[in-house]
Design a protein around this ligand. Structure first.
Ligand code: DGL
Length: 279
């Protein structure tokens, strides 16, 4: 295996598809001066229904690609990858590849602030089936707030609705209402709901419409961005290894035009895209 370059590089942001663009936007708002590479594994999305082994292998390949392109720091801007692959990459792969590099996920930063938001101490999590099955949210919440009761609800139709640009359509109403209803039927005392999937902020107008009054909906982008800002302040050695030019390069494993078209819905702007292969 070729050694990775030790030169400073862009910050890598990885998602199974487009969802991580909601995180990237918030990160770039908070930290506009850094360079970024966004990689979407659109050819193999969704990850939410895949096994642990497959999500780990795909995520590992993506992180390896981003390291090979000069990133010293990679954010897994995908809850499913954070839930199923982060720990294995940190423990098994990083020590072999380059112990100085870092891979960070989105679950820990999302749960850190939750203790100050919930009053009933009953929290709901809406996420992919894979993230819910992994139990990562209850585990991370209980490390910080053992008294909080966590109830998870898988929303398998939400990612396809967003990926197919149907988030605003009347047909999406049924599935938004359905999963919110099932969550609250399970635990009517919930006063805080985490959107534990990076695609879901695109459904926020509908989620807010169908969520009963008095329930706070937490979208994770800003919390992840704040946490990264704090991380770079606390780790000047990593901060120095991240280049600053304000650029963003977009990579996809699918056709460039398809990514560029769909990404414009997330970003509200036209972008240039390159296709890459992961293996
Ligand atoms: N964006 C991913 C997440 O945050 C889910 C999309 C998928 O299923 O691939 O979990």
């Amino acid at each position: 295996m070729q050694p990775f370059s030790s030169q400073p590089g862009p910050i890598g942001v990885f998602d199974s598809g487009y969802g991580g663009l909601t995180i990237l936007s918030k990160i770039r708002e908070a930290l506009p001066h850094y360079d970024y590479i966004y990689l979407g594994d659109n050819a193999r999305t969704p990850y939410g229904t895949r096994s642990f082994e497959i999500v780990y292998e795909f995520t590992r390949q993506a992180v390896h690609k981003l390291f090979g392109m000069g990133c010293q720091l990679v954010i897994l801007a995908c809850n499913t990858a954070s839930a199923k692959a982060l720990r294995s990459i940190q423990q098994h792969d990083l020590p072999q590849w380059d112990p100085a590099r870092r891979v960070l996920g989105v679950i820990r930063p999302t749960v850190e602030g939750i203790g100050a938001v919930t009053h009933t101490r009953h929290v709901g999590v809406l996420a992919t089936a894979g993230t819910i099955r992994s139990e990562s949210y209850p585990m991370e919440i209980h490390k910080l707030y053992p008294d909080i009761i966590v109830c998870g609800q898988a929303c398998p139709m939400w990612v396809p609705l967003v990926e197919n640009n149907e988030a605003g359509s009347p047909g999406a109403d049924y599935f938004v209402q359905k999963y919110i209803g099932e969550l609250l039927q399970h635990d009517p005392r919930i006063d805080t709901v985490i959107l534990g999937c990076t695609h879901y902020p695109l459904l926020l107008p509908k989620i807010n419409r169908f969520m009963p009054d008095g329930i706070t909906v937490v979208a994770q982008g800003e919390w992840v961005a704040d946490s990264l800002k704090d991380y770079l302040q606390r780790h000047p050695e990593m901060d120095e290894r991240c280049t600053r030019g304000g650029s963003c390069t977009y990579l996809t494993t699918e056709a460039e035009e398809k990514f560029a078209d769909s990404a414009s819905v997330f970003l509200n702007q036209d972008i240039g895209v390159q296709r890459v292969c992961l293996d």
